[in-house]
Write a protein that binds this ligand. Structure first.
Ligand SMILES: Cc1cn([C@H]2C[C@H](O)[C@@H](COP(=O)(O)OP(=O)(O)OP(=O)(O)O)O2)c(=O)[nH]c1=O
Length: 186
């Protein structure tokens, strides 16, 4: 059975939309950015590492999907906010501006390791200090790249998206389906 190497409930929910049976495992990885590493190289490296680690952990039998999402603004990677000050710093960059969400998905099986990289442009309205405070207090930003979830309360901040909505949430469905089809898993 296909394995999703992710602790994210959002990725599991998205994968359900492809109607392929799967089980979920969580893996622990060092997610630090290497010095001089480009954001797109970073998300690809992590998605591949998650798939590879899952493949090893599950005994080199079942195919494994891994994915990674980063919010990139002015070529800076905005990870998960460490505290409220960190969140405010991120939202100061995102407010009234455009950024890119980069998501990579990787599939490891006995046919090898393949990946796809998906880039999506997202625009935010000007977010007021009161809205930032309200949003932080909601508890939603804490476990999310860039400190927001487009599928949740932050949907109201998004004025425009060009690219893949499912990729912004965490798993690009079209590209994931393509990877699975290539390996005859869908
Ligand atoms: C930008 C954005 C991110 N996110 C989430 C997707 C990912 O779960 C998270 C990005 O962090 P990731 O490190 O990609 O993933 P994760 O740590 O949550 O899960 P795992 O490594 O176990 O697969 O942010 C949203 O849910 N909505 C959004 O709009």
């Amino acid at each position: 059975m296909l394995i999703l190497a992710s602790a994210s409930p959002r990725r599991a929910e998205l994968l359900t939309q492809l109607q392929v049976p799967f089980k979920q495992i969580s893996i622990d990885l060092d997610e630090s950015v290497r010095s001089g590493e480009e954001p797109r190289d970073y998300v690809v490296r992590l998605a591949r590492a998650k798939a590879e680690a899952g493949w090893r952990q599950a005994g080199h039998v079942d195919p494994v999907l891994g994915s990674d999402t980063a919010v990139v603004c002015q070529n800076k990677i905005l990870g998960k906010p460490q505290d409220q000050a960190d969140f405010k710093r991120m939202f100061a960059l995102l407010s009234g501006a455009h950024h890119q969400v980069m998501t990579a998905v990787a599939l490891r099986s006995d046919r090898g390791l393949q990946h796809r990289l998906v880039l999506t442009d997202v625009s935010f309205k000007v977010v007021t200090p009161e809205e930032m405070e309200w949003y932080w207090q909601s508890g939603e930003p804490q476990d999310k790249a860039g400190g927001y979830g487009i599928q949740g309360l932050a949907g109201r901040f998004v004025t425009r998206i060009q690219g893949s909505y499912s990729a912004v949430v965490g798993l690009p469905l079209y590209e994931t389906a393509e990877l699975l089809k290539e390996q005859h898993l869908l």
